[in-house]
Every structure is written in structure tokens, then in C-alpha cells.
Design a protein. Sequence first.
Lengths: 277, 253
Amino acid sequence: MLQAFMFSLFRLSAVINGAALVIVIGFLVSKGWRAINWTFLTQMPTDSMTKGGILPCIVGTLIISLGSIAIALPIGVASAIYLNEYARPGRLVRFLRLGINNLAGVPSVVFGLFGLSLFVVWMGFGVSILSGCLTLAAMTLPVIIGTAEEALRSVPNTYREASLGVGATKWQTIYRVVLPAALPGILTGTILGISRVAGETAPIMFTAAVFYTPSLPSSLSDKIMALPYHIYVLATAGTHIQATRPIQYGTALVLIALVLGLNLIAIIYRTRLRRRR
Amino acid sequence: MKNGLKMSTGKLNFYYAEAQALHEISLDFYANQVTALIGPSGCGKSTLLRCLNRMNDLIPYSRAQGQVMLDGEDIYDPDIDVVTLRSRIGMVFQKPNPFPKSIFENVAYGLRVKGIKDRAFLEERVETSIKRAALWDEVKNRLHESALGLSGGQQQRLCIARAMAVEPEVLLMDEPASALDPIATQKIEELINELKNRYTIIIVTHNMQQAARISDVTAFFYLGRLIEVDETEKIFTRPGLKQTSDYITGRFG
């Protein structure tokens, strides 16, 4: 009796969760689908961004998401390998982990200010793709380190012993046995990282994104437009807030689709990796 | 004991942090013989086995003190290359632990990490090793399928093949049949009997009958100390100490 009640409670929670997702996406689709057409996806904005497309935002978000992951992934995995495979457990490691965990909880706007003062001003990269990627990489690094460590920890020690036992070096063991076994887990972290990075507004508004660029970026020192920032600008700071509502919803829909698309690619790749064993 | 001395420990002490797991172990291992290490759980037999190829190096805050000699060289000497050492001393673990790779790649692994790329050589060595592990007929048509699809007993023979592929001189086995059913166990035991013509075999086992069936020499451990060592036949028929006889007759442990 009690069990049946608790089960229905759990089921209800699951349904509420699923429903929330369906409602949010359904809302965006119903409000935004009319805005979406070929021109919208492939053209530059025109008429003070009230018409035309959002191509530079799509390109900007793609560049900055993939760019920041390209920076954060190798550094994050290397850190996780050091912490989990090389470092002797002790005070230093505990201190580093504490730092990393805390870093994961820092609000993104703080990373924005950090990027502004370190990369934009002090290192002189200016408001640019480079500064934005570095800032987002710093923000997503703790997530990647955390999941990569988790993935490495879940590789059974018997694999390491088997490898060392036939005369492999420590690095060969990590490179040939531990990393391949941990790869699906590491990819999960990457998926989380990409999702978070692509939707962030605060860290890029000081470091990479601008209101409007007349053309697509052509170098790392260019400024970009980005989907989340574009939504923010159109919805709050523009002069045609009401007139651009459909575009705002359309842009939001594209952002969601982009994140889901990036996730989907990573998930398919992960499934294929898992199946190969 | 007519065979040559292959390995020996001299007054070996081993500590996990502050806890001493081995006390002054002095024991000889002879070539082409099977030496069984027996004793109740926690007696140090697995710890001793893992000192013999320095697998215990992996355990933080542990340390070994004393001598472990292989062909007259101390393997704990700072000049010893532990990677080379481990390719001379193969190890088979309690639970079968094939890599999530193909059957072929599992056996070829030890050769690949040595930098051997010659395809023909790899194929030949993989085939010989799997044949010696008495597994060839069961896997010859599926060498490139995942090793995780094999049964437990087959996986363990694959792990033995993997250990043999680098042509070690000594084989350490840590309860290699404890996770297997009786038929698979019998196959492993037959295999060990074959393999002693080629290797020095040191095996940890919980199973008295197994020790009696497959070993030439048996060493009995209790609470980190070597209690008695002698020819297996003698240990199981006329043990020198009451403690040994109590253990092998099942009165404790």
C-alpha cells in the first residue's frame, strides 16, 4: 500500500520533469517556428536586426563552443590523469580537488569578469574569439576535470595491473588501456561542457560577443555575435523589442536545436565507442 | 630438489603503511616446479606473490624490506628496471581481467608495448601463446572479436596466454581458478601441469586439494609468517608441525 503510494509519487516526479522539458520546448517551437526559414539561418541580419537572418550568431556560438572545448578538453583530461593516476594521495591533491570543486560552483558572470581582466585587458587579447574561448574554457574546465576523473576512477584497477604485469610502462598503461576505457565517460563530461558553454551569456558579454558585426569573423581577434547574447540584446536592449519577438523565439529555438545537435553527435559517437568493445 | 634455484626471498618484510603484512620471509623457488602458497585469508600469501614482481609498488605508503632475488639479482635494487622485470615475471590474477579489446589484441598487448610491429611475428607469437594456453581450438575463428564475449574459464586461459606471450621466466598466479567452475578449474590445473616444463610457477590458492594436485612444493603461511615449507607430498601426508596439519585437515582457517 505504502509502496504503491511511493511508486506513484516517484512516477509523478518523473512525469513532472519530462513535462517541464516538453512544455519549454513546445512553447519555443510554437512561438518561434514561424521565424525559421532558410533566409533566417543563412543570412546576415538587416534593418537594425529586425529582419534578415542570424547566421553570424550561429557561426559565433559554434566557434566559441567548439573552441573553448578544444582548449578545455586536453587540459582537463591531463589534469584528471595527473590527479587520478600520478599524484600520490595526500594534502596537495585534496587541496587541488577542493579548488576544482569550488571553481565548478562559481557563477558564470564571475568568470566573465575574470576573463575581462585577465585575457581582454591584462593579456591584451581585447574583446575577441580568443578571449571568449579562453574564458569559457576556464569556466568549463572544472566540469571536465570532474567527469574525467570520475571516468578514470571507474576503470577497474585490474586493467592497470594486467597491463603493468606484462611489462607496460605507466604511460603505456594509461594511453593504451585506461584512457580508451574511460573515453565514453570523458565524452559525457564533454557533452555537459558543450551544453553549458553554448548557452552561456554572461562570460562572453565582456570578452567576445558584441551587439552587431557587419560580417562573419575571419580571425581569432575578431569579435562575434552569439545566439544567447543575441536573444538578450533583442529582448532587452534593442529599440524594437516588440517587433523582434518572433526573431527572439526563433533564435532561442535555434540555440536549443544547436545544443541538442552537438549533444546528439557526441552521444552517437559515445554509443559507437561503447559498442566497439 | 634437483632443479636450479630461480627466485628466492631473504628476510623479506612488507608493510602497508604501519601494518606489517610479512615477517622475515625466506623462501626459495625452483625452476620448472610449481610452488603453492597456502594459508588462511590475510596470512600474507597474496602480498608475498605481489612482492615478487613488485606489483605492490602501486600501493601508496607501502614498503618492502629485505631481499627478493631473481637469478641472483635483487629485484628491489634501485638500478633494476621494474618494467623489464615485470616482462620477465608474468602474472595471472584472481579474476579474469582481459582488456576490452579483441582476443588477438589482448595476447599481442605485451608485445605491442615493447614496440613490436611486425605483423607476421605478432601473429605467430599470439597463436603459439593461445595454443599453449589450450584455448586455440575454441577461439581460432574469432580472434578479432571482443575478449569480453568469452566465458570466465576461457577469459582466464586468455589471460594466461597474454602473460606467456612476452615469454616470461616465472609465472605468478593469484588464485587463478577461484572464480571458475569445476570444469574450467580442471582445465586450468591441467594447463599448469603442462606449463611447468617451461616456467617457474608460483601459485596462491585457497583450495587444499588444488595445492595437493598441482604443486611440487607447498609453503604454509599464517599471520604474515612462513610456518612450514616442504615437498607437497610431505606437507599433505606428514606435516612437520601441528599448526600445518590443523590447517590442511580443515580444523581452522
